[in-house]
Write a protein that binds this ligand. Structure first.
Ligand code: GLY
Length: 394
C-alpha cells in the first residue's frame, strides 16, 4: 500500500530538474540514432532502442516527437522546437489511419502541444487545428453501434473494447472543441460511460470485482452487439488488473472530466486512484499486473507509475475533497522521488530515460526495458510538476 509521507520538496525539486536535464541529454543521443526519416522505436532491447519487425500496432511516434516539444517548452531552446516541428510534420498522414485506436496518443502529445503554443491567426495554428479535427473524426469512425452498448472499438475489431482507448477519446473531445461535429463529443462521452460500466469494477463478490479495479478488455458479439465476456491482452488474466491499464484509466477519466465536468468521470478517476494507492508497493511503482501470480518476484512497470504520477498531479487540483487532493499531490511526488532515484533512472551508457518498464509480458516484448511512452509520461509529469501547471492541458 502506498502511504505517501513527508517529502523534502526543495531537495526533490532539484532532483527533478537534474533528471529532466538528463532526459533531454538522452533524447539528444536518441535523435542522432533515430533521425526524422527513420520510424520511431518502441522499447529497448539490451539497453538499445529497438523497433520490432512485427509491430502489432504503431502507436508510439507521438511520444518521440512529444518529448522534443517538452524539451523545447522547458528549456526554450529553438533547436528542440525545430526538431519537434520536423518530427510532428512527419506524423500528418497518420491522421487518416483507420487501422488503429491510437490517434490520441499520436496527436495529443505533438500537434496539440504545438497548437497550444501558437497565437490565434497564425496559419500554422489553423493547419494544426485541421490536423487535430481530422484525426478526431477519423478516430470516431471506429464506432461500434450494434446492441445497447456503444464504443470506439480497438484495433482488434468491433467486438473489442480496450481500456487504453480512454486516452484516445481525448482527440475526439479536442476535435469537437476545434469545430468538429457534436457527434464527436457524444461518441467520446458514450465511450467513457461504456468503459466505466464494463471495465472499471466496483466492490462485489466476483473474482473480477474490486473498487476501482480495471480490466483490460471486454468482448461483445460483433454482429448483435451484446456483451460476452471480459478479456485481457497485456495483463495476466481477464480477472486481474493490468497496472498500465489502471494508469490509462486514471489519466483518461481525469481528462474526460476536464473536457465534460461530468461528476461520473471524476468519481471514476478517483475510484481508480484509490485502487492504485491501496495496491501499489510503498515506493509507488506497481508490478506489471496487480494479480500476477509470483508477486513479489514479478517485474515492476515503471511506465504505469509515470502515467499514474501524471494522473495524480492532475487530480491534485480537482479531487472531491481537500484531503484527497493532498494525498494525490503527495502520491505524485512519492512516485517521482522513486523514479528519479538510481533504481529507476537510467545510466547514460544505456538508451532511454526510465528503466524497468514492461510492454507486453504475455508475449515477452519489452520486459524490464525502457519504453517510449514511459519516457514521455515521465518527462511530461516532471515538466508539469516543475512548472506546477496541468499536464498537456486541453
Ligand atoms: N498499447 C498500449 C499499451 O501498451 O499500453
Amino acid at each position: 500500500m502506498m502511504n505517501p509521507q513527508h517529502i523534502d520538496e526543495a531537495a526533490l525539486r532539484r532532483r527533478l530538474e537534474q533528471t529532466f536535464a538528463f532526459g533531454v541529454a538522452q533524447l539528444a543521443g536518441m535523435m542522432a540514432k533515430w533521425p526524422v526519416a527513420k520510424p520511431a522505436p518502441i522499447h529497448t532491447e539490451n539497453g538499445v532502442w529497438f523497433r520490432p519487425n512485427f509491430m502489432w500496432t504503431d502507436w508510439c511516434p507521438g511520444f518521440h516527437a512529444g518529448m522534443m516539444w517538452l524539451a523545447h517548452e522547458r528549456t526554450g531552446d529553438a533547436c528542440w522546437r525545430e526538431a519537434a516541428e520536423a518530427y510532428t510534420r512527419k506524423l500528418e498522414p497518420r491522421k487518416f489511419d483507420r487501422d488503429v485506436h491510437d490517434l490520441g496518443f499520436i496527436f495529443m502529445s505533438t500537434a496539440n502541444r504545438w497548437h497550444n503554443l501558437l497565437a490565434d491567426g497564425d496559419p500554422v495554428k489553423q493547419w494544426l487545428a485541421d490536423m487535430l479535427a481530422t484525426a478526431g473524426t477519423v478516430q470516431s469512425l471506429r464506432w461500434k453501434n450494434t446492441g445497447e452498448d456503444h464504443y470506439i472499438y480497438s484495433f482488434n475489431g468491433p467486438q473489442s473494447l480496450f481500456i487504453d482507448v480512454m486516452m484516445n477519446i481525448r482527440i475526439l473531445f479536442r476535435a469537437h472543441q476545434l469545430g468538429g461535429a457534436d457527434e464527436l463529443y457524444q461518441r467520446a462521452v458514450t465511450h467513457a460511460r461504456t468503459t466505466e460500466k464494463f471495465l472499471v469494477r466496483k466492490a462485489g463478490p466476483r473474482l473480477v470485482d474490486g473498487d476501482g479495479k480495471v480490466i483490460h478488455e471486454a468482448i461483445f458479439n460483433p454482429e448483435l452487439g451484446e456483451f460476452r465476456n471480459l478479456s485481457s491482452q497485456q495483463g495476466y488474466s481477464p480477472f486481474t488488473c493490468w497496472s498500465r491499464g489502471l494508469a490509462w484509466a486514471m489519466y483518461g477519466f481525469t481528462d474526460t472530466w476536464n473536457f465534460t465536468q461530468d461528476p461520473l468521470f471524476l468519481e471514476t478517476a478517483e475510484r481508480c486512484a484509490g485502487f492504485y494507492l491501496e495496491h501499489t508497493p510503498a515506493h509507488g511503482v506497481p508490478y506489471w499486473d496487480f494479480g500476477a501470480p509470483n508477486i513479489p518476484n514479478e517485474p515492476l512497470d515503471s511506465s504505469a507509475a509515470a502515467i499514474a504520477a501524471g494522473a495524480f498531479w492532475k487530480l491534485k487540483d480537482i479531487g472531491e475533497t481537500r484531503r484527497n487532493r493532498e494525498i494525490y499531490r503527495l502520491a505524485a511526488l512519492n512516485i517521482l522521488q522513486t523514479l528519479t532515484g538510481n533504481d529507476f533512472s537510467n545510466d547514460p551508457s544505456r538508451d532511454g530515460i526510465l528503466r524497468h518498464g514492461v510492454y507486453h509480458k504475455p508475449m515477452g516484448w519489452g520486459v524490464d526495458a525502457a519504453l517510449m511512452w514511459g519516457d514521455y509520461f515521465f518527462m511530461e509529469t516532471l515538466h508539469a510538476v516543475l512548472a506546477d501547471a496541468p499536464t498537456n492541458a486541453p
